[in-house]
Design a protein. Structure first.
Length: 78
């Protein structure tokens, strides 16, 4: 899903896990539940990169949402 995890700077997301979807939206939340990153209409045939270099260390929650499928998981920023 996401690599490297944990990461110091950027995370790569393999969106093929959403193979039943053509496009998905991604939201990343901090521990307080605040959205720190949001993007829509990502093609699931490609990887997506999030530059987290300016983010604080800690846990973040990722939500990938399509028309039929939702995946949620945790990433760690070092």
């Amino acid at each position: 899903m996401a690599w490297p995890n944990p990461s110091n700077n950027s995370f790569n997301f393999d969106l093929r896990i959403m193979n039943s979807e053509k496009e998905v939206s991604m939201k990343i939340f901090d521990m307080a539940g605040k959205i720190v990153y949001k993007v829509s209409d990502i093609d699931t045939k490609n990887n997506h990169v999030w530059d987290a270099s300016r983010m604080s260390t800690g846990f973040y929650f990722v939500s990938l949402e399509g028309n039929k499928t939702t995946k949620r998981f945790k990433i760690i920023k070092k």
